[in-house]
Design a protein around this ligand. Structure first.
Ligand SMILES: Cc1cc2nc3c(=O)[nH]c(=O)nc-3n(C[C@H](O)[C@H](O)[C@H](O)COP(=O)(O)OP(=O)(O)OC[C@H]3O[C@@H](n4cnc5c(N)ncnc54)[C@H](O)[C@@H]3O)c2cc1C
Length: 213
């Protein structure tokens, strides 16, 4: 099913656009953070935060007094973006220098999550970041749940944009003695650093040493 609407139709370089759910979900699943866009009193704000996808919706969470979550939970329009930087594209001119990337823009209205779904949503966010960890950690208390707001945003109106490949220089520039090509970029986890109060004998969990697929 296409998630294309007039508002999510990519006009600049539409050959890089994708609107199928599978592509959009794959980019969301590879992302560790999103940016939430909202307009308050005419002023746009773009706020970075964690998220988790399940089926055709995305959960975000935060403090129950978060302006962002309260505003979006009141039904104001939301924009959620996820960006994966895959490479620096070094052309022979500044004009054609670029980046390789996969990005998603989702438009819509978020709704507050309450009741048992709230704990489930927190699990989805946790599992999105580190699959396997939710089963090990202490679950949320009712006090913590009350202090936490969760929103659910449908993935129903969205676009992806993907750039891959080498630079595309002007023909006459290919003869210039300037290094050109792609520098691959990827987010990489470092070695886990144990907390100084770690209980003796607790091993590093397998999910921290697995390589991302
Ligand atoms: C890492 C990275 C670096 C970039 N660097 C630049 C740069 O330096 N200069 C530049 O002009 N552009 C850059 N882009 C592309 C930029 O995101 C926009 O796509 C582009 O600027 C066109 O903007 P527009 O407002 O004309 O989009 P339009 O094509 O008018 O946007 C219409 C609709 O297309 C969709 N859309 C647009 N852009 C994206 C996107 N990136 N991902 C998913 N959906 C999208 C949205 O649904 C939007 O509502 C970069 C993108 C990424 C991810």
């Amino acid at each position: 099913m296409s998630l294309k609407t007039p508002r999510t139709t990519v006009k600049r370089l539409p050959k890089r656009a994708r609107h199928d759910f599978e592509t959009i979900a794959s980019i969301l699943d590879a992302g560790f953070l999103c940016h939430l866009g909202l307009v308050v009193d005419g002023q746009p704000f773009v706020i970075p935060t964690a998220f988790g996808r399940e089926d055709r919706h995305v959960y975000v969470h935060g403090s129950a007094v978060s302006r962002t979550l309260k505003h979006l939970g009141d039904g104001h329009p939301a924009c959620l973006t996820v960006t994966l930087l895959d490479g620096l594209v070094l052309a022979r001119s500044g004009f054609h220098s670029s980046m390789n990337y996969r990005s998603v823009v989702i438009l819509g209205h978020a709704t507050p999550v309450t009741g048992p779904e709230k704990t489930h949503a927190l699990e989805v966010i946790s599992e999105h970041i580190l699959p396997g960890r939710w089963a090990e950690i202490r679950g949320p208390s009712s006090k913590e749940l009350n202090a936490t707001a969760v929103l659910k945003l449908p993935v129903s109106e969205a676009s992806a944009k993907i750039r891959t490949g080498p630079p595309a220089d002007d023909e006459e520039d290919y003869a210039l003695p300037v290094w050109a090509g792609v520098v691959p970029m990827a987010l990489q986890a470092g070695s886990p650093q144990p907390d100084e109060r770690l209980t003796a004998g607790v091993p590093v969990p397998a999910y921290l040493t697995r390589r991302p697929s």
